[in-house]
Ligand binder design. Sequence first.
Ligand code: GLA
Length: 767
Amino acid sequence: MRTSSGTTINRLSFSFLSRKEPACGFRTLHAALRGIALLGFIAPRLLQAQPDKASIRFDQQTQVFRIDAADMSYVLGINEKKQVQTLYWGERLSNADSFAAAHPTPGPSSLDLSINATGQEFVAWGGGLNVEPDLKVTFPDGNRDLVLQYVSHAIEGNQLIIQLKDISQEIYVDLQYQADATTGILRRSARLQNRTSSPLTVEQIASGTWNLPRGTDYRLRYLAGRWAGEWNLHEQTIQPGKTILESRRGSTGAQNNPWFAIDRNNSNDQDTGDVWFGALGWSGSWQISVEQDQIQQVRVTGGPNSFDFGYRLAPGQHLQTPYFYAGYSHDGIGGASRLLHRFELFSILPHAPNPKLRPVLYNSWEATGFKVDEAEQEALAEKAASIGVERFVVDDGWFGQRADDKAGLGDWYVNPVKFPRGLKPLIDKVHSLGMDFGLWVEPEMVNPNSDLYRRHPDWILNFTGRPRTEARNQLVLNLARADVRDYVFRFLDKLLSENNIAFLKWDYNRNWSEPGWPAVTPEDQKKVYITYVHNLYSILEELRAKHPTVEIESCSGGGSRVDLGIMRYTDEVWPSDNTDAFDRLLMQDGFTYAYSPGVMMAWVTDSPTWVNQRTLSLEYRFLSSMQGSLGIGANLNNWKPEDFATAKKMVAQYKQVRETVQRGSLYRLISPQNGSEQSVTETVSEDQDRAITFAFLHSSRMLYPFPRIYLRGLKPDAVYRIAALDGKISAETPLVASGAFWMQHGVDVDLRGDFQAAAFTLETVAH
Ligand code: GLA
């Protein structure tokens, strides 16, 4: 390892900071990382060193860093202005390739300074910056100029920290990089330290900027939506100016999801072409700016939202940003999402790299609403068990005085009328039927009509003397307050300690309004945007540590809190309250651009659906849900014997294919986007020995056959046996054929009519 002064030193005795600042410095990179973990956005659990497989090198002569991981290379250099400049991000290069020293890009005129033309990794507002800054602060004397320069760096295994410092003030920023050896995904975060003797206000802070190779033919993909209409994929050509993807809602939101993908505008195949993609791990208000600057360079900057932001940083304090993850794929947008899925399963989820397969669950929310009681839930549990359900979940309505959404949130005692003997008899019954038990909670909320609110009206987000806007008759508890955080942790801990609960569905059904925190000084009130989320994460982390077998689903009125931050603490997510199996095809397609089917809950519900009044066969509904983590939310009391028989068969089939569906490589063979009549997905197991294909037809027209399905991702020379899950494969299809045959010749399915579906598996057989 080398320091900026070029001395080769021993890894363990390495002092992270340059010799000028020894007193404040961390003694090793690990100590630095531990320090970050204790105080910042990041939980200590995640800072354990990863296997040291990715390589990070520093060329002392050229002052160039090179990160190589999986199929990706990332190169940055320190230029003569001591700016840290991106030099390359893309397909992995030969080890022999070398890079010349970085030089600032000259601005084209006096109207465009070099600072705006030079693609920096992290740039503060100051020195004439006009592009999106990574950092903007105000000092007590009114100075707002900040110019960061390279000071030192440390490399250990797959981690790199580059320290920057302002040209005159004792303001330091550590740029942290971690490379994932399996996917080439880089994790970035910045840590700002105030070592001056006065407080300062941080008005904007990002985790970093991703600079794309120079190009004018880029296309941005992003996700947008709303309640019951989440996960719409959008595409637009990147043009001069800025696109801001964001949430100002206090939480992740569905209006945009913190994910982006950028490719060349001319590449239309799912699985070929260059794609740069990324996702922000933050469950509070956030922003990602995609900007094409005045000399046609594209940069992507992301972090907490700067709107209404103001974080007072006292002397000696630091602020750590969320993780911003990004990667590169040369296998198109399909390859990009496969890398993300793999990364989520093996690096993000609580039990990564070995997350458990999702059990088949039953939840009666759509069937019974708030009307849950012991007898009815037991009757449903018996029916659910009979079709092979593995987890029985009681949704909203079991607690407090909760008859509808007007009362009860905040009072987390078991409703004595609905469950006079407590939850235990029901839980025992569920266990006796061979299932585990799950429960719905919405811990961050309170109804004004609740004992909790009557006791603690000051516990909610509010501005003194201003209205308290209700949504769904509820207000948001201010989790940033230590007493609220403790209350929430304690009631959940008690619930989990006193009951044999395997699973929590953690809901969050409104956004913030009047986000005040009157209990702290005016200068500290805007910290609510950060501290709230820290406390949410810390509750989840502490609960998981104390109740290690409990699994958690992140739900937010559907899919409004799905991001790589919450996913570090939750085993699965709820994509949408819209469970119409046809609508779900489009939503699931959008969802899987960013997130793995292995976390995507998908329920089979009643038909016609409440959403569209559309009638769909039970088989169609099952096949749609079987593309993710299967659940059942239908009213089993209304099912006929043949429905139970179909469901039992399909649950058993799902169990056969779920490892492939949840862990495998997803190929979108025919996209349901843009009003397509068809939708086809294929998932190939990690060892490429198995594949499952789902095909859906909206409506056939004028005798046209369903398009032939050309499989992908198989071993060309292996021999696979095909098996239909429901007999709709064309009669001419051979029983066994090579991977090459299935990929080149393809498979015909006999789908005709409206809302038809089929599925088939391929499995290798001995030659
Ligand atoms: C939200 C969830 C639903 C259900 C209800 C209960 O809308 O997304 O699945 O749990 O709350 O009130």
